[in-house]
Design a protein around this ligand. Sequence first.
Ligand code: FUB
Ligand code: ZN
Length: 663
Amino acid sequence: MTHSFSIPMTLRATTDEDPVNSTGADVSVPAAPVAPTRSRLRPLGVGEVTITGGPWGRRQDVNASATLAHIEHWLEHEGWLGNFDATAAGESPAGRTGREFSDSEVYKLLEALAWEHGRSGDPAVDRRIRAITARIAAAQDSDGYLNTVFGRPGGPARWSDLEWGHELYCLGHLFQAGVARARTSGFDELLAVCTRAADLVCEVFGPDGRDAVCGHPEIEPALVELYRVTGTRRYLDQAELFVHRRGRHLLGEIEFGSSYFQDDIPVLEADVLRGHAVRATYLSSGAVDVAVETGNTELLGAIVRQWENTVARRTYLTGGMGSRHQDEAYGEDFVLPPDRAYSETCAGIGSVQLAWRLLLAEGSPRYADLIERTLYNVVAAGPSDSGTAFFYTNTLHQRVLGTVPDPTRAVPRAASSLRAPWFAVSCCPTNVARTFASLQTLLATADDDGIQLHQYAPATITTTLPGGRRLTLSMRTEYPRAGRVEVYVDSAPSTPVSITFRVPGWAVGATLTDRGVTRSAAPGTVTTTRVLVSGDLLVLELPIAPRLTVADSRIDAVRGTVAVERGPQVLCLESVDMPDRRHVDDFVVDPARGPVDDGGDRIRVHGWVHDRDSDPWPYHSPGSAAPQGDSVSVVLRPYSDWAERGPSTMRVFLPVSTPTEES
Ligand code: FUB
Ligand code: ZN
């Protein structure tokens, strides 16, 4: 597919206020994780959008009241916070605990706390941030170096293992925490720690320094954001260098091959995301950031091309990415087996981050479609309702009953049968926490003409459009349980304003009603432009009746099956909902009878229960298999809720009864 780009106009300054407040923070920059100096759409900050209820509101509340403290407890319990104290005392790395990248979990917690503080203003959260910042700052060397593994007496030298050491990766997460803090509370000690470290990175890896990259991309988007916060051009230049150095085999040979860390093909030349899925999405996010800030349309085009091919060939129905367990990586095109789905929660988050950047750059609703799919079916599936247990991988087919993990111990790595409180590699819980703490920033954007609504949730949105035009909207909805989205105008300028609604790709038959006039709204976007007055109501109706979905026949692993979706949610069958709690693999769908909405989150499908346990050989000539068994109907529920009721077998893709299998 060919694509033409222009990197669009500046949309930054939109407030009447003094652009620099008393803390030194630039208040014209949205308090959001991604704040381009120019882009087609302008992100809104944590203070401009408030989620007031619904499933996402509940997730934010649980994140604030349970998840953040849970994470801090585990960081102390495992000694990953204590590593900073030991480093400050000159005692590390002897007795150091955790993997080489455990510093990054502390930084991701800090980032989550910063966004949460920006959301709630809770002084207790502010105190947590200050306390953790002090421990981190104490561990920083006088020249800016900061890491609890490398560069310590008796330990490995600085930058001595770029393939696996994660030093730059960890600093990237530190910078994102510093950016979050600066954008929500102004410049403080944390940002000072960041700039000291970033200056050192530029010195060591700059144009005259080491021609090298980190084995795990992450510092690229972080340096761009640090540039956006501080205005220090060398941070952007350094990010650009890192992006363009990759793909030139600068990293040493490893068992998974150089594609694992995207060092096989230069970013400009690659056609699809490959290798380790988190690494790929983080690198691509950084490449978009660099492209947007430097006006590099070729680079932006390369990432769009890779994104299109990845979505078309390497993405699960849930939005999940990665089908290879061995290296947490993308499989070849159409290798998307549901029972081997790796679909790491972090890869889902990385995909959201990438799609969000592309949405800001280009404005196309297709990016928000993928964000919605991934938020509902990967990011929401990761944590439990309680916010204190997590999936690391997100399988689409659980064949064996899981065992309940010990709540007092970290589990080895990517346990997928039931959510666990903590992992030895615990990247996912902290990633979920920072995503939920800043989730409201994904709902809407602005441009010179008005507001674009990308995600639907009960919320208030208030912003200032160019020319000092204040606009406040309230969104009321029970989405995704119901498809009606009401948008009330609370206050508006006297000049015309555009309100643009995203119509998801699956929402065929949607309508928009404005001043009593209803018009149809095809998938894509629908816009109203007029002078709005307080009390005006716009109503978007999205058809969310459950629907059957079949996969491209090249996804061989799910041929002969159907999935059921309802609105943005992928549904699944769990054995706790089977007659007599039978194995989900015993159920076969009758495709002649569509899914029926049973009310609440329950969708019913009809089919048969097979009893094939006595079959001595699972292969037959067409038409000679055992006859279908009892006719039953079973309840499907949102995939994101699976395993909340204890050990269960589960599947998303349900086999269809076909003439070739049945007699
Ligand atoms: O390597 C750091 C993080 O740990 C990765 O992003 C995850 O996939 C996990 O391997
Ligand atoms: Zn992870």
